[in-house]
Design a protein around this ligand. Sequence first.
Ligand SMILES: [Fe+2]
Length: 256
Amino acid sequence: MIDIHMHIIPGIDDGSQSMDESVSMVSMAYDSGVHHIVTTSHCYPGLYENYASQELSDKWDALVHRIETERIPVHLYKGMEIMAYDHLPDDLVSEKVWTINHTAYFLIEFEFDEKPEYCNEILDRCYERGFKPVIAHPERYYSVQDNPEIVYEWYRLGYGVQINKGSLLSRFGHKEKRAAESLLRHHLVHCVASDAHNTSSRSPSMSRLKRYLDEHFGKEYAYMLLNENPRRILEGRRLVGYEPLQYNKFSGRHER
Ligand SMILES: [Fe+2]
């Protein structure tokens, strides 16, 4: 499996707090069948100012070196979880932020209560400049919980959609789980990732998730979500999926 969302560079956000914790997280991911991980520390203006820099690259190199020293056969790739902000499109062009593995794909998140109009504006402007958004955990956004049709529009526009393991396994609450399952049923999800922050409450282990997806959505769909599309993101290739199902605009709230 390939996990495209993990907070694993130590000491720079609310994820791993030490190199030892990072090693434990990578080891736990490997034991559950994950062989490739994108390191997606928060880049969150005003909170976690982790923009592209030599210092950040050095921290990433140190993590890779330690994983090699520990002989854990997991490949790491650069990325960030970027909180949407006004100048993001320009900062993608000037390489002030990291895309995923140097491709056109970048992982973007929004405040949970962000207005859809602002999300659309930022996504459009990034896309116009040739970058491909992968939207992190839309099932956690209040606007999506109220109107999942928003994700149908994003999907149709060619944006990537990533939901969280924790939402499906009830880490965050009923609304997140309901929205995540609904999006999966409507074929509006490209990949599922751990969004791991530690080895306990938000862990990188994918064993339970894989069993859950195999059982509830079938092995073919699970493979697409955990292997095929994450691989395509790493390689900068077009994403694949089943024909997306539109929500019934008049009764969508009841269909979920
Ligand atoms: Fe995250």
